[in-house]
Design a protein around this ligand. Structure first.
Ligand SMILES: [Zn+2]
Ligand SMILES: [Zn+2]
Length: 102
């Protein structure tokens, strides 16, 4: 049964071998960019690094890491930003219309 949290729809489809995988669907506020992330979550955590502080406004960034192979944009293309002089080489993707990262 799908449910919503933080703008993302989460469901747990069952594979034929009875393993449960996670499926996240979400997107930006205006709806131009949509994504799906499927697979077994690799970790969930809070990050307190400087890059995440910039994005969150100071609070820890809470996230789930999903396999890259199961991630794709299903609508639109995000704009990408690389912080100048960043030692961590963090790239952020967001909707250019609403300037929102999700
Ligand atoms: Zn948007
Ligand atoms: Zn971080």
């Amino acid at each position: 049964m799908p449910f919503r949290t933080g703008g993302a729809e989460i469901s747990t489809p069952t594979k034929t071998n009875r393993e449960v995988v996670m499926r996240l669907e979400g997107g930006c506020y205006c709806g131009e960019v949509r994504y799906v992330a499927e697979g077994d979550p690799m970790m969930q955590a809070q990050c307190h690094c400087r890059e995440c502080q910039y994005i969150s406004g100071g609070a820890p960034n809470t996230f789930i890491a999903m396999p890259a192979a199961g991630f794709s944009y299903t609508r639109g293309q995000p704009k990408q930003f690389h912080a100048q002089g960043s030692r961590t080489r963090v790239a952020r993707e967001f909707c250019a219309n609403v300037a929102r990262i999700w």
